[in-house]
Design a protein around this ligand. Structure first.
Ligand code: SF4
Ligand code: SF4
Length: 80
């Protein structure tokens, strides 16, 4: 399990500066997390202004249900 950056990323760079393992890098369209390095601490998700960073296992479950990443996060917050 690891964290994943969705298309809601606006490339603000906040997550890259927050990651203690330097596992986040800019990509061609959005930032990306190196899944082999990520220890799932969640620090990056805490600072993302667009809630673009999600837990991979949970987001896949939500996507299976046909919800967008933003809608999925809203539902995760409601359940939490
Ligand atoms: S903090 Fe969020 S919006 Fe900013 S670069 Fe990271 S994923 Fe993208
Ligand atoms: S969850 Fe933690 S280790 Fe993984 S990318 Fe985010 S800040 Fe880095």
């Amino acid at each position: 399990m690891f964290h994943y950056i969705t298309d809601d990323c606006i490339a603000c760079d906040a997550c890259r500066r927050e990651c203690p393992l330097d596992a986040i890098r800019p990509g061609p369209k959005k930032y990306a997390i190196n899944e082999a390095m990520c220890v799932d601490c969640g620090s990056c998700a805490d600072v993302c202004p667009t809630l673009a960073i999600v837990n991979r296992a949970r987001s896949e479950a939500e996507i299976e249900l046909g919800w967008s990443s933003a809608a999925a996060l809203d539902r995760i917050k409601i359940r939490a």
